[in-house]
Ligand binder design. Structure first.
Ligand code: IPM
Ligand code: MG
Length: 370
């Protein structure tokens, strides 16, 4: 049957821990959103991570990669857990599934919006005087280079003892393209980029800073500043509201985005998009996943916060499918559910005049506000 409306093909990789349960409610919400906005979504559910190791003996089966290749976007849950921690490092879910997926699809731009809603500032461990009114910082993290992937990388024996080597490598072109993502994002929001490096010690930092400064010339409307990563760790907690877009190399972005998540209140709220090169139509192929992990301690209990997964799906609608109105609708429904007092355990605080709910009830509250 042919229809006028678009049908998108999504590779769904729910993975381990809380992945499947938050994915489940997210797919229902996505369907409701799609229906309202006149398009439809087809899902190809594929094993990944520990679940795939158990099923077929590999964290990233070729059939999963093939399904991702045939899709318009990848919606990812989370991978890993205690069950697979004793495997050799190279076979563990994080290293054997997530990193190869990022590399295979050239997903060099990781966008992690750290949003602290004004009605949720009490969930943050940072004192009210610092975060009153909430904040919104976007971390733009380089995702396919730096010390995560540089060669040589080894553990070998030297002079009778073991020696580990990781190598931080960046080329101008890699810094240039991620910097352009950050400056372009800043143009659409607070028009400030803070670039993170360690230029007082690392050669990588020198090249990073020089390249970012060159890119800045093409964006005269955006204000650029630089911070050494150690100082940035302090300033983010001391004055989070002063930041707009934070641009960072892979490892520094990994660390600072967790810090920003905590300042915002809960990792359970934070979405992310890992994007490749822009396609001709202004859209991106990407992998959309919560910034947090598989949270094995609460998996299967129906209490996980599904919002990070839901907001990652909203980013997918916007960046990969070009369904911006649907994305805004979903994001607004999340905010409304929060404003109306719905709280999963991670964002509930004793004494809250709020409605403490589990995964399904939170999703229902959001669905009712679409
Ligand atoms: C993240 C995670 C991953 C990373 C791990 C699971 C490999 O911490 O997405 O931030 O280090 O990139
Ligand atoms: Mg991380």
């Amino acid at each position: 049957m042919s229809t006028e409306s678009s049908t998108y093909n999504i590779a769904v990789l729910a993975g381990d821990g809380i992945g499947p349960e938050v994915m489940n409610v997210t797919l229902s919400l996505l369907d409701a959103t799609a229906k309202k906005h006149g398009f439809s979504l087809g899902y190809s559910e594929q094993p990944v991570g520990g679940a795939a190791i158990d099923d077929v003996g590999k964290a990233l089966p070729q059939s999963t990669v093939d399904a991702c290749e045939a899709s318009d976007a990848i919606l990812f849950g989370s991978v890993g857990g205690p069950k697979w921690e004793s495997l050799p490092p190279a076979e563990q879910p994080e290293r054997a599934a997530l990193l190869p997926l990022r590399k295979h699809f050239g997903l060099f731009a990781n966008l992690r919006p750290s949003v602290c809603y004004p009605t949720l500032t009490h969930a943050s461990p940072v004192k009210e005087s610092i975060i009153a009114g909430g904040f919104n910082v976007l971390c733009v993290r380089e995702l396919t280079g730096g010390i995560y992937f540089g060669e040589p990388k080894s553990i070998s024996e030297v002079d009778g003892e073991e020696m580990a080597i990781d190598t931080m490598v960046y080329r101008t072109s890699e810094i240039d393209r991620i910097a352009r993502v950050a400056f372009t994002a800043a143009q659409g929001r607070g028009k400030k980029v803070t670039s993170i490096d360690k230029a007082n010690v690392l050669q990588n930092g020198v090249l990073w800073r020089r390249t970012v400064e060159a890119v800045a010339k093409d964006f005269p409307d955006v204000e650029l500043s630089h911070l050494y990563v150690d100082n940035a760790a302090m300033q983010l907690i001391n004055r989070p509201k002063d930041f707009d877009v934070v641009l960072a190399p892979n490892l520094f972005g990994d660390i600072l985005s967790d810090e920003m998540a905590m300042i915002a209140g809960s990792l359970g709220m934070l979405a992310s998009a890992s994007l490749g090169k822009a396609k001709g139509d202004g859209l991106y192929f990407g992998l959309f996943e919560p910034s947090g992990g598989s949270a094995p301690d609460i998996a299967g209990k129906g209490i996980a916060n599904p919002i990070a997964q839901i907001l990652s799906a909203a980013m997918m609608l916007r960046f990969a499918l070009g369904e911006a109105a649907a994305a805004e609708n979903l994001e607004a429904a999340v905010q409304k559910a929060i404003d109306d007092g719905f709280r999963t355990g991670d964002i509930y605080r004793e004494g809250d005049a709020a409605n403490k709910v589990g995964t399904e009830a939170m999703a229902t509250a959001i669905s009712e506000r679409l």
